[in-house]
Design a protein around this ligand. Sequence first.
Ligand code: TRP
Length: 334
Amino acid sequence: MKKVLRTVFAVFMLFALLFASSACKKGENASDNNSGEKKKIGIVQIIEHPSLNTIRESFIEELEKKGFKDGENITIDYQNAQNDQTNLKAICQRFSSNNYDLIVAIATPSAQAAAGETDEIPVLFSACTDPISAGLVDSLEKPGKNVTGTSDRVSSEKIMELAVRITPDIKKIGALYNSSEINSISMINDLKEYAQKNGMTVVEATVANTAEVQQAVQSLVGKVDAIFSPIDNTVASAMPVVAEVANKARIPVYVGADSMVEDGGLATYGINYISLGQETAHMAAEILNGKNPGDIPVRTMSDLQIYINKATADAIGVTIPEDVMKEAVRVFDK
Ligand code: TRP
């Protein structure tokens, strides 16, 4: 009899416990809703250049369409690190110690800084060329931890194939990039592989910051038939200077992103960054609605297109072949 009573008592206690814990959880949720507390989203951007600004703007716009509006049900804290590692760290530390609900990191250096600060707060990266080499995720399909995002990886080979269609006599190709941007290094490695297969020589001109870009381009004048610059944040922010020097020397500059073509590069075979910003917003909405970042695969963009700058072509005396022109999704004429 005693045994039966004990069992009944144990079962009763178990139910009591279960009830108490579920009531407690409900209480937490209710207080979340009742207090109307807005979720805090920190956006960190390594530097302001046209492409990263496009990503941020389209991200915020699309997030609003998904029902998350700054000042209404979320608070967005946007910070620009001005290409400075110390700033970057301070921004990410503040986001983390203030316990933000989500950190959106635009470009690879921002993502590395954010992921280095927290392994609890969801970190959503945007436009990381090579998230695996950057140490952000172990696998694109199963990121696993608190970090996921979108990648803007494009093929150096495809860009070079386009380059050869436009200017067939490339024997020496200048590689212009910041050697501390891991996003650039992986595309430059692909370029080297392409060059080796196709009997081209790569002449490197690396920079550490935007102030060094002009000198680096100048160093390639007379040494190369064309210049290749990957999706490099430092070069992208100094692209008008690159175009000025290269155009004067009549050197075609092939680049990794549409904004770099708009800013004077000759051509690219690239992705649409408005769509990438929107895709990042869809992932943000999933995370804000409770999904675990580690369960969301990294998204890549498969829709690659040709971008041409006709004014640059004219300035350096290059005729863009008819078929390339027809294929181009966008032709800039300034
Ligand atoms: N992909 C770059 C990175 O991984 C960021 C980036 C996005 C970028 N759009 C760009 C760089 C355009 C140069 C130009 O950091």
